[in-house]
Design a protein around this ligand. Sequence first.
Ligand code: DAH
Length: 357
Amino acid sequence: MDDLRQKYLDAIAGAADEASLEDLRVQAVGKKGEVALKMRELGKMTPEERLVVGPKLNALKDEINSALAAKKAGLADKALDERLRTEWLDVTLPGRGRREGTIHPVSQVTEEVAAIFADMGFTVAEGPQIENDWYNFDALNIPPHHPARQEFDTFYMHRAADDDRPPHVLRTHTSPVQIREMEKTGAPIRVIAPGRVYRSDYDQTHTPMFHQIEGMAIGKDISMANLKWVLEEFFAAFFEIDGIKTRFRASHFPFTEPSAEVDIQCSWVDGQLRIGEGDDWMEVLGSGMMHPKVLQAGGVDPDKWQGFAFGMGIDRIAMLKYGIPDLRAFFDSDLRWLRHYGFSALDMPTLHGGLSR
Ligand code: DAH
């Protein structure tokens, strides 16, 4: 019995893992283990012998069982220590920084323009980018076969071969929103409408998709003088230059009469454009008094009401204000460009807080 004890206590002490420990348990104290075999021999013994050997065998079984349990706990501790040693993690290391996104110059400038016009009582409206022929052209006094239709490089939507209605278009300007807003609210009205427009054109200053902002004010005695004041206020606030000079040049648009193109004062120094100084001029928008036919198309009586309207390129004034040379880069989604020219999301442009940092 002493040999048996020594054999198993030594083997348990030397076991390397839980699986070999389990093998030892089966061999020693399992149902057919060596201790059980010894128990069976009790049957052949005299009652006196049994009284001596029985308790000894039970004690041996207990001793082996507790040695197994102690070794098992020891092995688990060792495994845990090993894990703690190899899975060590330095929670005091600084985290990996994630760069914040930026506000695109087009979004920034749209917000700036809206803030300035909101201060003059204009609300903001939007219209669909896929327009029908009537809103984009006819209602704006551009009938079929009018030469102005050709000037627009229009993208046309598809029509089935047997469908002879005029195709829808990707709107070529934001002016159709004038008509939609007149229909919606009637006169008087003061509204601006920013959004995407489309023309088939591509070079350093033209992309097939770009952004315009339309403006319109209708009242009982709105005049060209109001138009001039509003635009001068706008440019002074937008470029943050008091008394910036503007020049109104007679022009022609089908939807306005009279019509004017507006330039702002600028200079070129060493190939660099400076806004608000010098004696060169930079064209920035088209404008005029709304044509009676346009008012009528929007359901506004031209004998009672008159209004001014204007349209300008958002991307273009963004390029001028922030010195961005190539329009095409606006739409390349190049992160380096966005980080360089983008704006902080926390800087909402307002008139009192400053339009831009
Ligand atoms: N719709 C014109 C364009 O895209 C711009 C424009 C000119 C808009 C004169 C107007 C306006 O409202 O009165 O070129």
